[in-house]
Design a protein around this ligand. Structure first.
Ligand code: NDP
Length: 496
């Protein structure tokens, strides 16, 4: 079996600086369509020199260009132009994203691209309401606090939802007057390359640039460049450590949106049908490749067997296949190596004393693509690798619990702390549980509700800093305190 390509991508993908191809200078990297395993494009890697040129372009746009000093009204116009550009090109961008990620096209069109456009609208609205501060605490003086753009932002995006995640960073960086250099994952460069090409047509020269290549080469060169003032990273925890260490040498502030191993706690007092839908959505949407997945499903023992039985039945019926088909629910995983890693956790679960509940195999009937059956295991304990490691695929790990305290203890017994889910219609249970959960986000009786004004980010190794309205404003601006006397003040006259 083979599947049609969503779009014929350009044969070669390059970075883009000031509307022209970046210098490259590195090796050629293949880009594959995950649904067939076929190479569909070649990426030119940007080496240190090419990265430096992109940073210099962003630097010049910041240091000499009008961008940082633009009026709010003009910047809102520019953000709105970015939004309209995305909306006018949803189909092409979604198809390019599908071709590199294997995510379901219908979802990319309806959610990811719409969200990408909304990211620009959100920050346009946010800056239209931004308020300043002034103080007159000391008589005869007016002190104002203004927020000013920081400079050049290095924006590093992962492969699991490239456009949706990168546009949050781009929109925020630009809204607060910074210029930017974006580095997508080398596996999924196509939609972001096209997006930046389109946005460069509506933005002033140098404001937004893109470099491409491997993280260890292009990404590392970008983070280490002395012309970079900020780093915003979404990706794995180990990569986050490396990036923060490198940025730390230049004393450059970072936000880190890292991994997760989120507990989805289902009490007997929950609406079991809704909790089941929520658990399935929590682990199988976006092909299971999301930091916020509810990947550890903790179910109260008195409903455990029934809940797991129904989950298995539904998981076995999830439609896996062609990302272009409207009824597909789960597409292929992002790469061959990633698929093998995800499937490797079935053996790890067994070795650690757990048991396979459903799935656990490659869907060879679907050809050479990286398809697996939606999978669930019963862990022997929360110490198992399938309960501790981020698997990042359509792979749920089930664990029973008896009391709310036990559920919280299991939920918190992880190096991560991104999201927790709680399902219960008993208010005291919800109120007793949520404050004890060590995660940056708690969703009660709903999966994945992202409120952009609210901070999003993780405790522990799930992140440093937050993304969201005020959190982004704090990160992407410097605060400046200016004090002016309202009349000439009496000065001490040294040496008079
Ligand atoms: P990686 O950490 O491997 O890579 C993320 C990005 O960083 C890629 O662009 C990568 O480039 C780049 N990179 C890798 N090494 C370096 C380096 N030394 N210096 C600079 N850049 C580097 O993550 P994945 O792409 O594999 O994404 C999956 C991970 O992202 C998961 O762990 C997931 O939890 C996390 N994630 C977190 C989210 C959150 O909001 N908390 C949201 C989504 C994902 P390249 O790929 O080209 O090597």
């Amino acid at each position: 079996m083979s599947f049609d390509l969503p779009i014929q991508p350009p044969e070669r993908i390059t970075g883009l600086v000031n509307g022209t191809a970046s210098l490259g200078g590195g090796i050629d990297l293949p880009v594959f369509y995950p649904a067939t395993g076929a190479q569909i494009a070649t990426l030119t890697e940007d080496d240190e020199t090419a990265v430096a040129r992109a940073v210099e372009a962003a630097r010049a746009a910041f240091d000499k260009g009008p961008w940082p000093g633009l009026s709010t009204a003009k910047r809102i116009e520019a953000l709105e132009a970015c939004r309209e550009t995305i909306l006018a090109n949803v189909d092409e961008l979604a198809r390019l994203e599908c071709a590199a990620t294997g995510l379901v096209l219908k979802e990319l069109r309806a959610r990811h691209m719409v969200r990408a456009a909304y990211n620009f609208r959100f920050f346009a609205e946010y800056i239209s309401q931004s308020a300043g501060q002034s103080y007159t605490q000391t008589e005869g003086y007016l002190t104002t606090v203004t927020r000013e753009p920081v400079g050049v932002a290095a924006l590093i995006a992962p492969w699991n939802a490239p456009v949706a995640l990168a546009t949050m960073k781009i929109a925020a960086a630009l809204a607060f007057g910074n210029t930017a250099v974006l580095k997508p994952s080398e596996q999924t460069p196509m939609a972001l390359a096209r997006l930046v090409e389109l946005l460069q047509e509506v933005l002033p020269e140098g404001v937004l640039n893109i470099v491409n290549g491997r993280g260890a080469v292009t990404g590392a060169a970008l983070v280490a460049h002395p012309g970079v003032d900020l780093v915003s990273f979404t990706g794995g925890t180990e990569t986050g450590r490396a990036i923060m260490s490198s940025a730390g040498r230049n004393l450059v502030p970072c936000t880190m949106e890292l991994g997760g191993k989120s507990a989805n706690i289902i009490f007997a007092s929950a609406d079991q049908d809704r909790a089941l839908d929520g658990a399935l959505q929590g682990i199988f949407s976006n092909n299971g490749q999301q930091c916020l997945a509810g990947s550890r499903v903790l179910v109260e023992r008195k409903v455990f067997d029934d809940f797991v039985g129904r989950f298995r039945e539904r998981a076995a019926k999830v439609r896996v296949g062609d990302p272009l088909a409207d009824d597909t629910e789960v597409g292929p995983l992002a790469s061959l190596a990633h698929m093998n890693r995800v499937l490797g956790f079935v053996d790890k679960a067994r070795e650690d004393g757990g048991q396979l509940l459903v799935g656990g195999t490659r869907r060879e009937d679907l050809g050479e693509g990286y398809f697996i059956s939606p999978t669930a295991v019963l862990a022997h304990s929360n110490a198992d690798r399938c309960a501790q490691d981020e698997i990042f695929g359509p792979f749920a790990t089930f664990i029973p619990f008896d009391t709310a305290d036990e559920a919280v203890a299991i939920a918190n017994d992880t190096a991560f702390g991104l999201v927790s889910y709680v399902w219960s219609d008993h208010l005291p249970t919800v109120m007793a549980t949520t404050p004890s959960l060590r995660s940056g986000v708690v969703w009660v009786n709903t999966p994945m509700m992202r409120e952009l004004r609210a901070p999003f980010g993780g405790y522990k190794t799930s992140g440093v800093g937050r993304e969201g309205g005020a959190s982004c404003e704090a990160f992407y601006t410097e605060e400046k305190t200016t004090t002016i006397p309202t009349a000439p003040p009496a000065l001490r006259r040294f040496g008079a």
